[in-house]
Design a protein around this ligand. Structure first.
Ligand code: PHE
Length: 346
C-alpha cells in the first residue's frame, strides 16, 4: 500500500519534466508496464489477506486508470505542440505572391484539364462517389478481356492501341480499366469515378489527340436503372456548364455495356450552327454510357443475377474546349505558355 501511495506523486513529478513523445512512452511503461511497480504489487498480492487483496486490487486499478488518463492528456498536449512547431517551420507566406509578381516572376497555374477534372471530382464526391486511380500501363485483361472484348473481337480494332514490345502490355486506351480494378476491390453497392490520361495511336486533328483525358464512372447495386444514369449525367452537365444544356441520347455500341448509348450535347461553340469542333453537325459527342454488361460484372467478381449497374466515360478534353471556347484540341498539349497562362487560378 505504501508503494502505491507514493507512486502517483512520483509519477506526476516525472511527468512534469517530459517534453518528448518517446520519453512519455518510456515513463508510461516504467510505471504501468510489465516490470513496473504496479505489476510488482499485483505479483505479490497472493500473500495478502482477502480483505487486503480487495483494497490493494482496487487501489492498483484506480492508479492505473489515473496514470493512463494523465498519459493520454500529456500525449495530446505533446502532439499538438509538435503540429504547431511544424506549422511554424513550414508556414506559407501568401502575401509573398505580390512580391514575387512585382519582381517579374510568374505565378504558377493549373492546366485547364486539371481544373475541370478537379471540379468534376468534387461534383461526384458530393453525390457520394469515390475517386479512384489506375495505372497508365495495363495488360490485355484489364483493357480488353474483362470488358467483354475477347482477342478475336472486332472492337479491339476500334481503339488503336500502343503496344509494348512484349505484346502483353499496352498504354490504356480508355479509363474503363479502372472499372475492372474498382469492381474487384469492392462489394456492391458502390459508385466511383476514375479520371486519367488515355492513349491511342491516332491521326491528330482539331478534335483528336494521341493522349487525351477521360473520367470513367460506375455505379453498381441492386436496382440501378437507366433513369439513375440520366439523372447523374444531367446533374453533372448542369453543374459544369452552370446552365441547362441540350442533350440527346443515341444508341451506341460498346462491348462492355448493354444497352449502350451516346450522349451528345448541343455544341456550345457555335450554338448548333456547325463548326470545326462539332464537325459541322451542331452536336458534340460527349459521353458514351450504358448499363454494365453481365460479362463485365462477372469478370469483376459481381453476381449479375443480384446486381446491375451503369457506366460512362466522359471525355475531359472536349469539355475543356466547350467551356473555354478552344477550337483545337492540340493547344492543350502544345506546351505554349501563351496558351497555358490564360488559365491561372491564383
Ligand atoms: N471506354 C469507352 C471508350 O473510351 C467509353 C465508355 C465508358 C463507354 C463507359 C461506355 C461506358 O471508348
Amino acid at each position: 500500500m505504501q508503494v502505491l501511495e507514493s507512486l502517483l506523486d512520483n509519477f506526476k513529478t516525472e511527468l512534469n519534466s517530459i517534453q518528448k513523445i518517446a520519453d512519455l512512452l518510456n515513463l508510461k511503461s516504467k510505471y504501468i508496464g510489465k516490470q513496473g511497480p504496479l505489476a510488482d504489487v499485483m505479483k505479490n498480492i497472493k500473500d495478502a489477506t482477502p480483505e487486503e487483496k480487495r483494497t490493494l486490487g482496487s487501489k492498483a486499478n484506480e492508479l492505473k486508470n489515473t496514470i493512463e488518463a494523465l498519459v493520454s492528456a500529456k500525449m495530446l498536449e505533446l502532439e499538438t505542440e509538435e503540429i504547431n512547431q511544424s506549422l511554424l517551420k513550414n508556414k506559407v507566406d501568401f502575401s509573398l505572391t505580390d512580391t514575387v509578381l512585382d519582381k517579374g516572376l510568374q505565378a504558377a497555374g493549373l492546366h485547364p484539364v486539371t481544373i475541370i477534372q478537379q471540379e468534376i471530382e468534387d461534383i461526384f464526391i458530393s453525390m457520394g462517389f469515390e475517386v479512384l486511380d489506375g495505372p497508365h500501363i495495363e495488360d490485355e485483361f484489364h483493357n480488353f478481356e474483362a470488358l467483354n472484348i475477347p482477342a478475336t473481337h472486332p472492337a479491339r480494332d476500334m481503339q488503336d492501341t500502343f503496344w509494348f514490345a512484349d505484346k502483353k502490355h499496352l498504354l490504356r486506351t480508355h479509363t474503363s480499366t479502372i472499372q475492372v480494378r474498382g469492381m474487384k476491390e469492392r462489394k456492391p453497392p458502390f459508385r466511383f469515378v476514375g479520371p486519367g490520361k488515355v492513349f491511342r495511336c491516332e491521326r491528330t486533328d482539331a478534335s483528336h489527340e494521341m493522349v487525351f483525358h477521360q473520367l470513367e464512372g460506375m455505379m453498381v447495386g441492386e436496382n440501378v436503372s437507366v433513369g439513375n444514369l440520366i439523372y447523374f449525367m444531367k446533374t453533372l452537365l448542369t453543374e459544369i456548364f452552370k446552365k441547362e444544356v441540350e442533350v440527346r441520347l443515341r444508341p451506341g455500341f460498346f462491348p462492355f455495356v448493354e444497352p449502350g448509348f451516346e450522349l451528345d450535347i448541343k455544341c456550345l461553340i457555335c450554338g448548333g450552327k456547325g463548326c470545326s469542333v462539332c464537325k459541322h453537325v451542331g452536336w458534340v459527342e460527349l459521353l458514351p454510357c450504358g448499363m454494365v454488361h453481365p460479362n463485365v460484372l462477372k469478370a469483376g467478381g459481381i453476381d449479375p443475377e443480384k446486381n446491375n449497374g451503369f457506366a460512362f466515360g466522359l471525355g475531359l478534353d472536349r469539355l475543356v474546349m466547350m467551356r473555354y471556347g478552344i477550337d483545337d484540341i492540340r493547344h492543350l498539349h502544345s506546351g505554349d505558355l501563351r496558351f497555358n497562362s490564360q488559365f491561372k487560378t491564383f
